[in-house]
Write a new protein. Sequence first.
Length: 262
Amino acid sequence: MAAEYAAGDGALGVGDGGRTVTATPTPTAIDVNRRPARLSGAAAVLLAMTALAAVAVLGELDRSGIVWVTLFVEGVGLTLLALGRGLRTKNQGVAGHAVTATGLVVVAVSFGLAVTEPSDVGVRVWLLVGTVAAFLVAVAVVPVVDRWSRRLLKVGASILFVSVLLGGLVSLGPLSTLLVGAVAALLVWDVGEHAIGLGEQLGRTAPTTRVELTHLAASLFVGAVAVAVGLLVSGLGTPTLSFPSFVVLVLAMVLFGIALRN
């Protein structure tokens, strides 16, 4: 029996008594990018920043403007982290690591601003907790460590929710301070989970824009309705945040988060 290559297709042919059997080449496995979906991931980070900005504005915590400066610096750092991850994915390791390291330094600077610049101790604690939470959310959806995405998102969203509550306690402002920030924090969890789930099931390069936009629009609608109803109800009573209102809001937001995920 003689073995020979069949002409024209590169397949291996085996001669056996004038009969040729062609072996079909084994298909090469395709390496699918399982990172979280880009659009939903970016939306989760923006919502985290929105939650902090909402508490700062509605609670009047940004009298000196340092909150905006800190959030801007952190935003630059998070953008650099995303760019660095993208470069490493494209096999540009040296440039990717350099950009990532720069992004980490910039984020560290934002942490330093949060700790040192605000004159009020309560604002310092709130701002530091909030910036750390936004960083964890970004690291989860970029992601820096693939296998930790879902775990980091849960921790980041939880810490972001705590930062919203801290901001409400520090400002003792209207109920809208906590309501808008808390809903935004819960949407971070929902949208981030959707980004991770799409990446795991379909891969990052799959055409998921329509699915992501639909889910994002539905989540924002539910959040807007929750805020509108909360503001309407709060308008029937005292405009300031009492301790019973604070407790009720915490319980309501927890139940809302469970309902949103289910």
